[in-house]
Design a binder for this molecule. Structure first.
Ligand code: NAD
Ligand code: ZN
Length: 273
C-alpha cells in the first residue's frame, strides 16, 4: 500500500495536518498560539459541541418530540401538570444520549484539562459527554440528565443522586424515599441556575482566553459570561459553524464545527510542542 505524505489539504493524516478550510486553519493556528499550560483558559460549551455526537439540539427541527417544543416540556408547570409526559420526553432523550459517544471536541477539551492546570470547562449541556470523555471537573450550569431529585424535596432524600437506568422501568419514576415523584436533575426554563456553578463560571471569566463553543449565545446568564470575559480583558473566541449574536464582538471566530475546530487547534499544538 502506498502511503500519501500529509499535505496541506489532507486533514486527519497526522499531527499538524491542517484543516482543509484555510480560514479555519488560520484561526485554529491563532488560537493554538494563545493557549498553553500557563494560560488561564475558559471554554464554555453549548449543545453544538454535542451535535456531532448525534445529541439533538433544542432549536433545530430534530429538537421536536411528538410535536412538542422543549419550552412546553422543560418547565416546572409542565411537570406539575403532567409528570408522565415530561418523563416520557426525558426517558426518550436519555435513550438517545446513551447511544451517543463523545466526539473529538469532548476529547480535546478533556486532554486540555489534564495538560493545562488552568483550563476550566463550563457547560450548558446536560448530556454527560464531557465526563464520558474523561473530563473530571466540569462546571455544569444546567445540571445533568443523569441525576434526579425528589420533586417534593422529602426530608429523607439526598439533594440529588445519579440514576442511569435506560429506559426507566416506571414513568413517572417514584421517589424511593417518599413514594412521590422524582424529577430530572436539570435546570428548567424559569428556574434559577445552581449558585455554586454560576459562581465558578463567573470567576472563570477572569482569564486570558475565553472560548465559547457550540452555543448560540442567546441564553442568559450563560451568554453574559462571554461579554464579561471580554470586559475583563480576555481574548475571546467563538467556535460555531453559524453566525451568532456574539460573532461581531469576539476577537476571533472559528467558523467550523467544534469537533473540527478543536481538533485543528490540538494538531497545531502537537506540531509545535
Ligand atoms: P444552543 O442555544 O447552545 O445552540 C446550539 C448552537 O450550536 C447553535 O449556535 C449552532 O449553530 C451550534 N452548532 C451546531 N452544530 C455545531 C457543531 N458541530 N459545533 C459547534 N457548534 C455547533 O443550544 P440549544 O440546542 O438551543 O439548547 C439550549 C439549552 O438547552 C442548552 O444550553 C442546554 O441546557 C439544553 N440542551 C442541552 C443539550 C445537551 O446536553 N447536549 C442538547 C439540547 C439542549
Ligand atoms: Zn421523596
Amino acid at each position: 500500500m502506498i502511503e500519501k505524505p500529509p499535505g496541506p489539504f489532507d486533514p486527519g493524516t497526522g499531527p499538524g495536518a491542517p484543516s482543509a478550510d484555510p480560514d479555519v486553519h488560520r484561526a485554529a493556528a491563532e488560537l493554538a498560539r494563545r493557549v498553553g499550560p500557563a494560560v488561564r483558559l475558559t471554554v464554555m460549551t453549548g449543545a453544538g459541541v454535542s451535535a456531532a455526537s448525534g445529541v439533538p439540539t433544542f432549536r433545530g427541527p430534530e429538537g421536536l418530540w411528538k410535536r412538542y417544543r422543549p419550552e412546553q416540556l422543560a418547565t416546572p408547570d409542565a411537570f406539575a401538570r403532567d409528570p408522565r409526559l415530561v418523563w416520557e420526553w426525558y426517558d426518550w432523550r436519555r435513550q438517545v444520549i446513551a447511544r451517543c459517544h463523545p466526539n473529538r471536541a469532548h476529547e480535546v477539551l478533556a486532554a486540555w484539562a489534564r495538560r493545562f492546570t488552568r483550563a476550566i470547562v463550563v457547560t450548558q449541556n446536560v448530556d454527560g459527554l464531557h465526563e464520558r470523555a474523561g473530563l473530571v471537573d466540569v462546571v455544569r450550569l444546567h445540571g445533568s440528565i443523569w441525576e434526579v431529585f425528589c420533586s417534593e424535596a422529602c426530608p429523607g432524600s439526598p439533594p440529588r443522586w445519579r440514576d442511569e437506568r435506560v429506559p426507566l422501568p416506571d414513568l413517572p419514576p417514584p421517589c424511593p424515599y417518599c413514594g412521590g415523584h422524582i424529577r430530572p436533575g436539570v435546570v428548567w426554563f424559569g428556574e434559577a441556575l445552581p449558585a455554586d456553578a454560576v459562581a465558578r463560571a463567573d470567576a472563570a471569566t477572569t482569564c486570558d482566553v475565553f472560548v465559547a463553543a457550540g452555543t448560540s449565545a442567546l441564553v442568559y446568564p450563560a451568554a453574559g459570561f462571554l461579554h464579561q470575559a471580554r470586559r475583563r480583558g480576555a481574548f475571546t473566541v467563538e467556535i460555531n459553524p453559524a453566525a451568532t449574536e456574539a460573532s461581531a464582538s469576539v476577537d476571533l471566530v472559528i467558523r467550523a464545527g467544534a469537533e473540527v475546530a478543536l481538533d485543528a487547534v490540538e494538531r497545531h499544538l502537537a506540531a509545535h510542542a
